[in-house]
Design a binder for this molecule. Structure first.
Ligand SMILES: [Zn+2]
Ligand SMILES: [Zn+2]
Length: 82
């Protein structure tokens, strides 16, 4: 029987690239994060790794956000052209 170590953890988190933290967006003196300037990565929750399924969900939501942004840009372009 093979040992399935790779079932746990899986792949390096695509959000923080394994750093486990991401830059916060509170900004300087107003930062209310524990680590001032960094916060636990919201994708891997500070694990640095995610399952392949979680990675796929992340990329899927990135694609959707990108597509929504593109279509919003197109719509505003059309309004300007009118
Ligand atoms: Zn912050
Ligand atoms: Zn992460």
């Amino acid at each position: 029987m093979e040992e399935d170590f790779y079932d746990e953890g899986g792949v390096v988190c695509p959000k923080c690239m394994g750093d486990r933290t991401v830059d916060c967006y509170c900004g300087g003196d107003l930062c209310f994060c524990e680590n001032y300037g960094e916060r636990d990565c919201p994708v891997c929750h500070g694990e640095g790794e995610v399952s392949e399924a979680r990675e796929e969900t992340y990329f899927e939501s990135q694609r959707r956000m990108h597509a929504a942004f593109q279509s919003a840009m197109r719509q505003s372009d059309e309004k300007i052209d009118d």
